[in-house]
Write a protein that binds this ligand. Sequence first.
Ligand SMILES: Cc1cc2nc3c(=O)[nH]c(=O)nc-3n(C[C@H](O)[C@H](O)[C@H](O)COP(=O)(O)O)c2cc1C
Length: 365
Amino acid sequence: MASKLLTSVKVGDLTLKNRLVMAPLTRARAGREHVPNELLAEYYSQRAGAGLILTEATMIATDGCAFTAEAGIWDAERIAGWKKVTDAVHQKNGLIAVQLWHPGRAAHSLLNGGAQPISSSNKAIRDGKIHTPEGSQSYEVPRALRTDELPGIVELFRVAAKNALQAGFDAIEIHGAHGYLLDQFLRDGVNDRSDAYGGSLENRARLLFEVIDAGVEVFGAGRVGLRISPLVPFNDMVDSDPQALVAYVAEQLDRRGIAFLDLRHDQFDRPEEQALAKIARKAYRGTLMRNGGFDQASGEAALADGSADAIIYGRFFIANPDLAERFASGAALNTMDGSTLYTPGAHGYVDYPTMKNSAEKSAAV
Ligand SMILES: Cc1cc2nc3c(=O)[nH]c(=O)nc-3n(C[C@H](O)[C@H](O)[C@H](O)COP(=O)(O)O)c2cc1C
């Protein structure tokens, strides 16, 4: 059967050369000041063979740090850093969208100049630890944002979107997944508010859609996407009705003509995950991208059965900068080295071999 993964697809205002999308991947190479540098430019441009690159989760505020050395986009210095990256990707005929992110309660005061983490409620993440300059720590009890503070959060995303436009990004992806701030409003396992941002699904999704609408004002709906992960438990998350959540969000995205929905599955082939994809497909006419455990064959199958328009690959893209070429030729894939995911420097970041440089090396021997 002919490959559909390697065919072009229209995503909002963009035309992707293939249906392989690179997942947002935090790699912690932007240094203590969160400034994108030449190394990031090299890394992302090596992966310009993807139909679309989604960047690592990118800080929109100086006190919105949950890792170390993740990139930021809140001011001119960081915009200039990202410009190096987008230029390098565009030179190689690639497209790149920035993932705009606020960690909410998944942050720590030790990473944010003493600022207490914020959230929809004051429920802390119970499981897991966070890496800080003073070692591994338990998560802190967050401060529930007051209603009158929420326009300020929307504003942070709006400014970040404007900065993304200036930095030369082709699109933005709003991070509504993985238990970060917008997801902390969306899912009812955390959100226990009684104002207009809590209770009903419409209320819990209100902040998310205010952020999306701000992004649309800057980029236009044809260059905005959203990531959600209704069944991913990471960061101590749960929702009582993930199917209703997807139906509502998908319908609202459709109404606004949003370019793409990035549906992040815990594992795509679980029946309850397949059910979510069906619900999204029914309610939403934009580009449905699915992610979470796909390989080449299962990606092709999801495109063939119509449950996805594009497939997002994460770990494969870490280890295989030329993933599209490898899929096209049926070449073996490099395996990912888990020990260098978040270590500083080039090793394990920009030194995974492509087929081309492996061939050149063996010709030289
Ligand atoms: C090292 C690493 C970093 C990640 N960073 C992010 C991130 O910044 N934002 C995000 O939404 N997901 C992040 N993810 C999740 C991936 O985008 C993706 O959903 C996950 O790897 C599943 O896709 P896969 O099975 O193709 O690898 C990360 C995953 C890994 C392995």
